[in-house]
Write a protein that binds this ligand. Structure first.
Ligand SMILES: [Zn+2]
Ligand SMILES: [Zn+2]
Length: 344
């Protein structure tokens, strides 16, 4: 089969590799398409627990073409999506049922071969039925699952207000999840007019154009965004979905008393947030993170099937395996790129 493969960081190559064989309990899937995201950019530079050689791609939809020995519950020809994340089952967290915090996470497309390939073989427990779902919707099941986990972490108070920094695919999905999860008013802020236009089409209550955040303009942006909140005093929830600490530093000043800042974007490991402990104490604020997901796939698929979470307009770019460098280039530099999809 043809696949994008890294023998080492920074050097992806599309080439012929042996077809994977479905092992016992595994499902062999012909990949229809797979989403490209910020994680793939981190893997490109060798970050994020990447294990080489590696075929990346962790957001795939495809069709079952084979079953390993003893595999049940799936039929050849069935459309499926893959939850890339697996837990070890024997670390202290797993034994306590806290699966997403597993110390030995295995992820398809991160530290085991993924879906920027014509074929992939994965354990049946990580495969979910997606029959009847538009492949352009199903390909967003993984980011939607991560957004569902973000909502599960937040458990926002009914009637609260929320501001999401970042109108990318994950920010757009989490904004909708919060709206259906009880948040009464959801705003999304982003420098890209095109992305805000897409988000408006997904039913977000308020879109707020902002310039790129710098230390020089941060205070005036905070003032403007606070004034735009439903109460004029800030937001009960602020989500940092850009991966920028400069943006993250706007979070606490924009929270109402008792509010929560959710760190949802993937920042560099060296980045630092600046938070006044007195403010956390006096205003009873919470700063929390949301990383990946383990058990949110079925809920996310249900929300995609009902249309509670919508995806219209999110996919803007498609690349073949042989133009993987083009996908990386678009993800890094093309301001019109929203969701990029790789089509084997
Ligand atoms: Zn991803
Ligand atoms: Zn574990």
């Amino acid at each position: 089969m043809r696949a994008v493969i890294y023998d080492r960081a920074l050097e992806p190559e599309a080439r012929e590799v042996p077809d994977p064989e479905p092992g016992p309990g595994e499902v062999l899937i012909k990949v229809a398409q797979a989403g490209f995201c910020g994680t793939d950019l981190h893997l490109h530079t060798g970050g994020f627990d990447a294990r080489f050689p590696l075929i990346p791609g962790h957001e795939g939809v495809g069709t079952v073409v084979g079953l390993g020995a003893g595999t049940t519950g799936f039929d050849v020809g069935q459309q499926v999506v893959v939850n890339p994340n697996a837990y070890c089952g024997h670390c202290a967290y797993c034994r306590a049922g806290d699966l997403v915090r597993c110390e030995n996470l295995l992820a398809v497309g991160v530290n085991r071969d993924g879906m920027f390939a014509e074929l992939v073989s994965v354990p049946a427990g990580q495969v979910f039925d997606a029959d009847g779902l538009d492949p352009d919707v199903a390909v967003l099941a993984e980011p939607a699952s991560c957004a569902m986990h973000g909502l599960e972490r937040l458990r926002p108070r009914p009637g609260s207000s929320a501001l999401v920094f970042g109108a990318g695919p994950t920010g757009s999905l989490l904004a909708q999840m919060m709206a259906s999860g009880g948040v009464a008013h959801v705003s999304v802020a982003d420098p890209s007019a095109a992305k805000l236009e897409t988000v408006r089409g997904l039913g977000i209550d308020q879109t707020l154009p902002i310039e790129m955040i710098t230390e020089a303009n941060a205070a005036s942006v905070v003032e403007r965004l606070r004034a735009a909140s439903p109460t004029g005093t800030g937001y009960d929830v602020v989500v940092e979905a850009t991966g920028s600490a400069t943006v993250g530093n706007l979070g606490v000043p924009l929270l109402r008393n008792g509010g929560t800042l959710l760190v949802y974007g993937v920042a560099s490991e060296q980045a630092r947030l600046s938070v006044a402990p007195y403010e956390l104490f006096r205003r009873e604020l919470t700063v929390m993170g949301s990383f990946a997901e383990m058990t949110s796939f079925a809920a996310a698929l249900a929300a995609l099937r009902t249309g509670r979470v919508r995806t219209q307009g999110l996919i803007t770019h498609r690349f073949g395996l042989d133009d993987y460098a083009g996908a990386i280039e678009a993800a890094r530099h093309d301001r019109t790129a929203h969701k990029i999809v790789i089509v084997p």
